[in-house]
Design a protein around this ligand. Structure first.
Ligand code: RIB
Ligand code: CA
Length: 340
């Protein structure tokens, strides 16, 4: 890569709760020359934060990039969610794993089936790393939260001026008119709705890659076979994770037994190649933080187009191009490192 191309690489920080689809997102980001992955901050979510850190390091180890991309452990729980007593979780569905015939089927195993990490996370806390990196950066940085967005919201509370240092925030979170963890809410925003609201209300430019877009670009078992046929460690891991998700959802009585969304990887893909999102609309948005049936719901004001007043800077994705997304995944996960 030439000096000019290197300079033009978009500087990003991923914020993950690894996680099967997080693992694919990390590989896509780390193997894409358009992105300069400055660091990965880790939060709680799919599993406790310690597991998510270990899984993140395992994925980087598979790519031989564990000494190149620093990993920082972040918050172990949401900002304030569990202080609100009426949040009884009555409508909540734990979709992570089920047991059948003595076997666990999980869309996010406690530990990814990879060799244990050889190194540990860096000593700084993820929130301190975010604040310090954003304050000292010459270029603006894009933050990609694909778990509960606790770390970034905490960093904004610690040092609000970091808002001006972000190019944009590209979330995997939320949904319009649907949910996965409750009928109304997507898991990442549901798990820390105050954090999502703090970021969205901060004025930082945001793109929301939610369930509408991710489910419009589901990958299926044939896609998994095509990935496996690429014979690289990254593509083989992505194939196994996709198959694992589809099988687990089938056992849970969820999904269609044939395909599933790879949510977090689509958020990363949209930073590399914005045209992968084929229906993006700009709206005023809010997050329900009232603790009732709609807790954590992304509220999108579809009544008015706000293009003129310049106020709302939230872009919401409704649809993605599956072929473009899958082509990008194959291209990046299928080359750039040793075949086995
Ligand atoms: O709702 C999908 C999101 O929840 C993804 O980020 C997945 O990894 C889980 O965290
Ligand atoms: Ca995630």
């Amino acid at each position: 890569m030439g000096a000019q191309a290197l300079q033009q690489r978009k500087k990003v920080i991923l914020d993950v709760d690894t996680g099967s689809d997080d693992a694919i997102a990390i590989m896509l980001a780390a193997l894409s020359p358009e992105l300069d992955v400055l660091g990965i901050t880790v939060t709680w979510g799919n599993r406790p934060v310690g597991n998510c850190v270990e899984n993140t390091l395992r994925v980087l180890g598979l790519l031989g990039k564990e000494n190149e991309i620093p990993v920082y452990k972040g918050c172990p729980q949401p900002m304030v969610r569990y202080l609100t007593k009426q949040r009884n979780g009555a409508l909540e569905k734990d979709g992570i794993s089920v047991w059948k015939d003595g076997k666990e089927f999980s869309i996010h195993p406690a530990y990814l089936d990879l060799p244990p990490a050889k190194i540990k996370a860096r000593a700084s806390h993820a929130c301190s790393y975010l604040v310090e990196t954003l304050l000292r950066a010459e270029d603006k940085i894009t933050i990609i939260p694909v778990g509960p967005p606790t770390n970034l919201a905490m960093a904004i509370r610690m040092e609000p001026s970091i808002i001006t240092r972000m190019e944009e925030v590209v979330f995997m979170g939320g949904a319009v008119g649907m949910g996965n963890i409750t009928p109304c809410a997507e898991a990442n925003f549901y798990h820390d709705p105050e954090a999502a609201k703090i970021i969205i209300d901060s004025g930082v430019p945001c793109r929301i890659i939610g369930l509408n877009a991710t489910h419009s670009a589901e990958l299926d078992l044939e896609d998994a076979a095509s990935l496996r046929a690429l014979k690289t460690p990254a593509a083989r891991l992505a194939a196994s994770l996709l198959e694992m998700r589809i099988e687990a959802l089938g056992v849970m009585g969820d999904g269609n037994g044939h395909s599933d969304a790879v949510h977090d990887a689509l958020a990363v893909a949209s930073v590399i190649m914005p045209e992968v999102i084929t229906d993006m609309r700009r709206s005023r948005c809010d997050i329900d933080v009232n603790g009732g049936a709609a807790d954590g719901q992304l509220i999108v004001d579809t009544r008015i187009r706000h293009e003129k007043d310049g106020l709302p800077n939230i872009q919401v994705a409704y649809k993605a191009d599956k072929e473009m997304f899958f082509g990008l995944l194959c291209d990046r996960l299928g080359c750039c490192h040793t075949k086995i």
